[in-house]
Design a protein around this ligand. Structure first.
Ligand SMILES: Cc1ncc(COP(=O)(O)O)c(C=O)c1O
Length: 384
């Protein structure tokens, strides 16, 4: 058996043995009652995480789920306003463009969270905009865009809010109905600590109003067909379900239930806080600078001037078996990322900070002791 690496990159995340084993069970027919019961329980668990009733699973990565969310929510060639305050905001704008929508970009500043008032102002000035696209946890910068205030702003202007929650589902509350978020896409391999390959989409009541009106072309990603199959007394998916992946996801969702959803969110906040304190103790700073809500699932760290992240990332993996994440897009060479989503525990954060500190001391990146970050994180975890 290959050795487990400690995945502290922002996805895919550590998949516990129980989840792996559930996916390794003998194959079952995807239309059988036995499998339908598993799918039913998966949908029930996901409802709680999305905070809305209608959830759909499909064979895709996160990008596919976001594509499905957009493709179903707009009219052909329809105009969509996309908040592009990070790499994945850019990705969303690109998906919308490739689907033939008319993309209006806003808030291209990667150092700031989305501003609901600014979005409301653009919407007020352009009634032809049908929907707003926004990333919840911007995995490139770790900025957490606020769902509640954006939901109010967008609903106040009578438009649809489509959200990419790929790196927040399972690690941070989404509360779609309460936050007035209409359509959300996410995936199995991050906060849900399952193998990659399942896309999940949540749709609220307003979302369905638009989806049912849309004449946009779609086939595999037709959310209406998925809903029809999911709503049967024995739920199904329209085409062959990725049975093994769904079984893995089922085990992961059971684990979240055992920890409790609130407990999982609390643990993510604690992992994030310890990571932030730890990297600062090593003399590094968070990217971007500023005082705003950061994602509980990932921490983006600014590199010391002139340092190359790739050597550090390779060294930490080779010497400690710990995989950290590279920076993305225009901050690819000036940042790196620590993922702390899924089943990450205090000892994992402490190990990662210890490895980072060791590298930094050996390579003259810091004057702090090598264990400074690990120590601060451990002290944080030890506090009652
Ligand atoms: C916020 C966000 N959106 C979209 C994606 C793309 O997801 P996938 O690689 O599963 O298609 C990612 C992946 O890191 C992400 O973090």
């Amino acid at each position: 058996m290959p050795q487990h690496k400690l995945l502290m990159c922002p996805g895919p995340t550590i998949v516990p043995d129980r989840v792996l084993q559930a996916g390794a069970e003998p194959m079952v027919y995807h239309r059988s009652e036995e499998f339908s019961q598993v799918l039913k329980e998966v949908l029930d668990h996901l409802r709680v995480l999305f905070g809305t009733h209608d959830v759909l699973v499909m064979a895709s990565s996160g990008r596919g789920a976001v594509e499905a969310a957009l493709a179903n929510s707009l009219t052909p060639g329809g105009r969509v306003l996309v908040v592009v305050n990070g790499f994945f905001g850019e990705m969303m704008a690109g998906i919308a463009r490739d689907l033939g929508f008319d993309v209006v970009r806003t808030q291209e500043d990667w150092t700031r969270p989305a501003d609901p008032q600014a979005v409301a102002d653009v919407l007020a000035g352009d009634p032809s905009i049908e929907a707003v696209g926004m990333v919840h946890s911007e995995t490139s910068t770790s900025v957490l865009n606020d769902l509640a205030s954006m939901g109010q702003a967008v609903r106040g202007q009578g438009r649809l809010l489509v959200v990419d929650a790929v790196s927040s589902l399972g690690g941070a509350p989404i509360d779609m109905d309460r936050n007035l978020v209409d359509v959300v896409g996410s995936a199995s391999q991050k906060g849900l600590f399952s193998p990659p390959g399942i896309g999940v989409v949540g749709v609220g009541a307003k979302g369905w109003e638009r989806i049912n009106l849309s004449t946009n072309r779609r086939h595999y990603f037709d959310l209406r067909k998925m809903k029809e199959a999911a709503d049967r007394p024995t739920p199904q998916t329209p085409s062959t379900t990725p049975v093994s992946l769904v079984k893995s996801l089922h085990a992961a969702l059971q684990m979240i239930n055992e920890e409790t959803v609130a407990g999982a969110y609390r643990r993510h906040e604690r992992m994030a806080q310890a990571t932030r304190l730890g990297v600062k103790a090593l003399g590094l700073s968070l990217y971007p600078a500023g005082d705003f809500r950061r994602s509980p699932t990932v921490t983006t760290v600014a590199l010391p001037e002139g340092r190359d992240p790739s050597h550090m990332l390779k060294w930490v993996e080779k010497n400690y078996g710990i995989v950290l994440g590279n920076g993305l897009g225009k901050i690819g060479k000036t940042t790196f990322r620590v993922g702390h989503m899924g089943v990450v525990q205090p000892e994992n954060v402490v190990q990662a900070l210890g490895a980072l500190g060791d590298y930094m001391v050996q390579n003259g990146w810091t004057t702090a002791p090598a264990d400074a970050g690990a120590k601060v994180a451990q002290e944080y975890f030890d506090r009652p």
